[in-house]
Design a protein. Sequence first.
Length: 314
Amino acid sequence: MRVLITGGAGFVGSHLCDRFLAEGHQVIAVDSLLTGNLRNIAHLTNNPNFTFLHQDITQTLQIAGDLDAVLNFASPASPIDYLKYPIETLRVGSVGTENTLKLALEKNARYLLASTSEIYGDPLEHPQRETYAGNVDIVGPRAVYDEAKRYAEAVTLAYHRAYQLKTHIVRIFNTYGPRMRLDDGRVVPNFIDQALKGIALTVYGNGQQTRSFQYVDDLVEGVYRLLFSDYSEPVNIGNPHELTIIQFAEVINELTDNPAGIVYKPDLRIKGDPQTRRPDIGRAREILNWEPKVPLAEGLQKTIQYFQQLSEPT
Ligand code: UDP
């Protein structure tokens, strides 16, 4: 297959490039490099099956030749990124998604949209099933991401219904692993960075808010299976292992032997921090025969190792 991956130089996109190449496919990665980084795909530069195109999907996309699949993973995805780039985030989810849908239609390619657990907002249903309509603050600061992705889902299903385009929607829950940006402000890089420096981990608010963290390889497996399925409704892909942020900080401190503990900070960053988040993965189990395999400690060890290597002088 010849596969286009937008956001291909990003954290998740670059892991998808690796997976499709390993399966013998040709990969074209497109990235605007707003939050992506060429370092994530540097190891692929000499691979004859790999091409990188520096393009912004909110502009007209120029892709020569046939395509069998389009995977749309382009978007700022960490809260500090989408607060820094609010207009870009809205445009990439709306205009960018429609541009990639048009391209898939033109090339007669299957299409997969990266959506997010953020579309559930600060959820009142727990764990979150795909049938839950969510509790998004539509005028809050996070809305630039939440609403962009809600629109992206709607326009994807509209193309499916209007043109019979083969489309898929993955709702991605908190994912971590090598190639996350150290400065993307999310809890995994922040805590690992602090732990490796031997300083206290910054817990925002009272630390009782929960998240459920999945290792990136599990996500990639779920996406791969979904692309080859016949299923067009949204599918949650995440790890149901739920922790409070305090518990998560304790795990990081233990794995890194960091004696500095935690320090509480008011969350000045953003209001509307979801208080709970945990996927119901019944649909992924049933449709894709998928479930996460990588235990938290194992995935975190690999991620810690990655951040350790980053800080070593080359
Ligand atoms: N968080 C924290 N300390 C940090 C960074 C984040 O306590 O240094 C908290 C944040 O308030 C949220 C959770 O960790 O409750 C996950 O935040 P993240 O930015 O990783 O992603 P989100 O799930 O909110 O998109």
